[in-house]
Design a protein around this ligand. Structure first.
Ligand SMILES: N[C@@H](CCC(=O)N[C@@H](CS)C(=O)NCC(=O)O)C(=O)O
Length: 301
């Protein structure tokens, strides 16, 4: 059985980025469903107060943020172009813009009614109200401000035009095969078209065909497990050997954009790309939590 575990929820675009990547990478994985908003008690022993989704786990190693997760997937499947650090500055800058400004614009431009109805169908009206309150609060405390609805539509249109131009020349955004930029660009458009059921993207024929190609990769071979099984998997093993070293200082790490809840731990490794902190608790023992540097701030103590 695979030991790669994804903690995610169905309607999460960033989770879809990783599910699609796992499909393309042809990897088997284990799926743990988490609620659409905190509290996520079953995830806390692994990732502390980190609040973003998805989180990936391999035994006692926990990967926060799709930047750290995709580097790990790239390594596992032998496709270096799925890791940001292996790509050109042009690709990196496309992904930075796409994963933040374009993502927020896609969320604002997607048909809210359809999405809320889908959320309601899987839960309750009370849950929908809690979800809306949670996301409004997250927006209020964010250090990046999302564009207004009009500007958001312009950002989405500009992105679609850029993509249509690239895809007129080649089957994927930066060449003959997908790289991390394709998965970054896919999840926001998936939120609008496939989840939100908007027909807006249909007028971009190359993008529509590309989306169908991306969707065709599927999600890989998935087995559903419980949160308890995931915690048992962490408890059963020690974290793997580390690349890079560090002095064990107590630090806190938090995203620099939105959902900025911090995670505390001892810094056990630092590389050009990321930090790894060690955390311990009685449910899972010692875990190593991996963060990318891009998009995160560290404070000591
Ligand atoms: N930079 C993060 C962004 C992840 C993100 O924003 N995920 C959304 C879901 S698609 C989220 O966590 N929203 C708040 C929540 O679900 O609690 C990454 O690449 O993983």
């Amino acid at each position: 059985m695979s030991d790669l575990i994804l903690h995610h929820y169905a309607m999460s675009p960033f989770a879809e980025k990783i599910r699609a990547m796992l499909g393309y990478a042809d990897l088997s994985w284990l799926s743990v469903a988490v609620p659409e908003m905190p509290p996520r008690k079953a995830l806390q022993p692994l990732a502390g107060k980190y609040r973003k989704i998805p989180v990936m786990q391999i035994g006692a190693d926990v990967f926060c943020d799709t930047r750290a997760i995709s580097s790990e997937i790239a390594r596992l499947c032998g496709k270096p172009e799925l890791a940001l650090e292996n790509c050109s500055e042009e690709v990196q800058s496309f992904v930075r813009h796409t994963d933040l400004q374009v993502f927020l614009a896609c969320v604002l431009s997607a048909p809210g009614g359809t999405l809320l109805r889908k959320l309601w169908k899987g839960s309750s009206l009370l849950n929908v109200a809690r979800f809306l309150r949670d996301r409004i609060n997250m927006g209020r405390t964010a250090s990046v401000k999302a564009a207004g609805p009009k500007r958001a539509k312009v950002i989405v249109r500009e992105q679609l035009e850029d993509m249509e131009g690239r895809l007129a020349e080649q089957p994927f955004l930066f060449g003959d095969k997908p790289c991390i930029a394709d998965f970054s660009a896919y999840h926001g458009m998936w939120f609008i078209r496939d989840l939100g059921e908007s027909r807006f993207i249909d007028r971009y024929s190359k993008v529509s065909e590309w989306m169908n190609r991306m969707r065709g990769f599927g999600h890989g071979d998935v087995t559903v497990i419980s949160a308890d099984q995931a915690l048992d998997a962490a408890l059963a093993v020690q974290p793997r050997a580390l690349a890079g070293d560090a002095d064990g200082a107590l630090i806190t790490i938090a995203p620099d954009d939105y959902g900025q809840t911090a995670v505390q731990g001892k810094l056990v490794a630092e590389t050009d790309q990321g930090w790894v902190i060690a955390r311990e608790n009685s449910r899972v023992g010692r875990v190593h939590v991996h963060f990318p540097k891009q998009g995160y701030v560290v404070t000591t103590g």
